[in-house]
Write a protein of this length. Structure first.
Length: 136
């Protein structure tokens, strides 16, 4: 079922893992729509993991930090681990300086590391038969 309103944020399904990325800084309305859409998709597909790539965000304010924290909690209640990937160093420094933590949120340096934690990644050469599951 598709929501009549959309945040316009792509959500890609990779088996039982969802991959999404925030391409622009979110306003409050878009962040709430994104939360609703992602939560509905987690439940609809029975996702066990979610990767939210924020590498394009130059600013993560306290509202977006709260949205990510709430998404992680909601995901856990629905049986999915949420990993925030790609946080820029300046964003991490700013969040720490403001005392804004992402309590309960798993993080990874990039989406590839996040996917690997969820069991996705390159197949070892000895067992791959020349095929790879993830592009580099």
């Amino acid at each position: 079922m598709t929501s009549p309103r959309s945040a316009g944020v792509p959500i890609i399904r990779l088996g039982d893992v969802l991959l999404t990325g925030l391409l622009d800084d979110l306003d409050d309305k878009t962040a709430l729509l994104f939360t609703e859409e992602l939560t509905e998709r987690i439940a609809a597909v029975g996702a066990r993991g979610v990767v939210v790539d924020i590498s394009r965000l130059e600013i993560v304010d306290s509202f977006v930090a709260r949205v990510l924290t709430e998404l992680a909690g909601t995901g856990r209640l629905l049986g999915a681990d949420l990993i925030v990937a790609g946080m820029r160093p300046a964003v991490a420094i700013t969040l720490c300086g403001l005392g804004v933590g992402l309590t309960g949120v798993q993080t990874a340096l990039n989406a590839e590391q996040a996917l690997a934690r969820l069991g996705w990644g390159p197949v070892p050469p000895a067992t791959s038969g020349g095929r790879r599951h993830a592009a580099r």
